[in-house]
Write a protein that binds this ligand. Structure first.
Ligand code: ADP
Ligand code: MG
Length: 399
């Protein structure tokens, strides 16, 4: 047959449809980590450990101390469009969780061997279950497809093995790029650790020297003093409330969390950074719910502080997203004052009705109603801050 011959239209087999959809969520090991971190945060975790082997292609796992999954929910956990977080389309307007598509675990199980080990607060034992293609498979050492009891503290461990084993063309694009993939994973974990000072993050990788395995820890924010303080407060509050309080993440403006964020930035970027970072807050309320409104917090390095390459970390309504126009505009503001490159951590909130997070399955892009107004407003404040700061820092260095 040549291209010119008519071909009849056919509906694709379900497994092909599933695999195409899965490929959009699970683009690379780092996108798996992003989804799994978001699940752990949705579950109210205060400690998250990411473990990576061979750039995440042979194995990656993430352990948390969150709510856990009940034994009865384990059967559905990796089913496509099965979620505990979203019921109706109206829920978008006041979405408080990262998840809503119920696609991460199912997508992962389509292109890897997925294992969930978990325990809820109410349960006296943990359970473990493996999945393939969205369905529970029989666990090692038993024929049963039911969750197998095991020892586990409260929380969840998700293990992903042999990612893309059944998508050879994708696997091939990653061959010999394990170090690069690991760096992408580390970056994701680092950025979340900056945005969530109330949760300790660990990122570790296995290095093989012959048959000798060594585990290298590249990030550990839970050992930082200010982070410890925040976690302790949060754990205490949760213990006494006995259910997760929705407000404990809201109140992210106090001094404790600012110090913790600066400390984490230093841990992540450069150890002497802490004294060279400032912070400002800005906001605008709309008279009407449809008016442009926003609030933001920006952490920025001082004009006199020099680094090799600039860094731009953006969270919008707690989601890590790409917004190149804002990045460019803010770096331009900086360039007006100094030749040095900035580290910018930008945390923005806009009303839920002014942002659509459901543009792409990876949720990395968003559609904003007032994108230009937002960029202008933040840049204006950034400019003011640098102007004032420039004077203060100069005055300090003279004194
Ligand atoms: P979504 O996050 O969109 O709901 P996922 O496929 O990522 O979809 O997860 C499916 C469900 O599995 C979640 O709704 C949640 O109930 C449960 N789950 C996943 N990861 C965790 C975790 N780390 N802790 C507790 N529950 C989890
Ligand atoms: Mg999810």
């Amino acid at each position: 047959k040549t291209k010119r011959d008519h071909q009849s239209i056919q509906v694709l087999p379900q497994e092909v449809v599933d695999l195409i959809a899965a490929g959009e969520v699970v683009q690379r090991p780092a996108s798996v980590i992003k989804e799994l971190i978001e699940n752990s945060l949705d579950a109210g975790s205060t400690h998250i450990v990411v473990h990576v082997e061979k750039g995440g292609l042979s194995k990656l796992s993430i352990s948390d101390n969150g709510s856990g999954i009940s034994k009865s929910d384990m059967t559905l956990a990796a089913t496509r469009h099965a979620t505990s977080k979203f019921e109706k389309i109206d829920d978008f307007a006041h979405l408080r969780t990262f998840g809503f598509r119920g696609e991460a675990l199912s997508s992962i199980s389509m292109c890897a061997k997925l294992t969930i080990t978990t325990r809820t607060r109410e349960s006296t034992v943990g359970f473990t279950q493996t999945y393939r293609n969205g369905e529970p498979t029989s666990n090692t050492g038993s024929k049963s497809k039911n969750p197998k009891p095991c020892a586990r503290k409260q929380g969840t461990t998700i293990t992903v093995q042999d990612l893309f084993h059944n998508i050879p063309y994708r696997l091939k694009t990653f061959s010999k790029r394990e170090a690069d993939e690991y760096n992408r994973i580390l970056t994701i974990v680092q950025y979340y650790s900056i945005h969530y000072p109330r949760c300790g993050f660990v990122c570790e990788r296995v290095r093989m020297a012959g048959k000798q395995k060594t585990v290298l820890v590249d990030l550990n924010t839970s050992q930082l003093s200010h982070v410890k303080t925040l976690i302790q407060k949060r754990d205490d509050a949760m213990e006494s409330a006995s259910t997760r309080s929705d407000d404990d993440d809201e109140n992210d403006s106090n001094e404790d969390s600012i110090s913790a964020t600066k400390q984490i930035m230093a841990h992540v970027f450069e150890s002497n950074l802490e004294n060279h970072v400032s912070h400002f807050r800005a906001s605008k309320e709309g008279a009407d719910p449809t008016d442009f409104a926003y609030s933001c917090q920006v952490y920025y390095t001082h004009l006199s502080y020099d680094i090799k390459s600039s860094k731009f970390v953006l969270f919008l309504n707690d989601r890590i997203i790409d917004l190149p126009p804002l990045k460019r505009a803010m770096e331009d503001v900086y360039a007006n004052f100094s030749k040095t490159k900035p580290i910018l951590v930008v945390q923005v909130r806009v009303p839920g009705s002014q942002v659509d997070v459901n543009v792409h399955p990876s949720k990395k892009q968003v559609a904003l109603t007032y994108q230009e107004d937002l960029c202008d407003a933040i840049c204006e404040k950034m400019s003011e801050a640098l102007q004032q700061g420039g004077q203060t820092f100069k005055a300090k260095s003279v004194a």
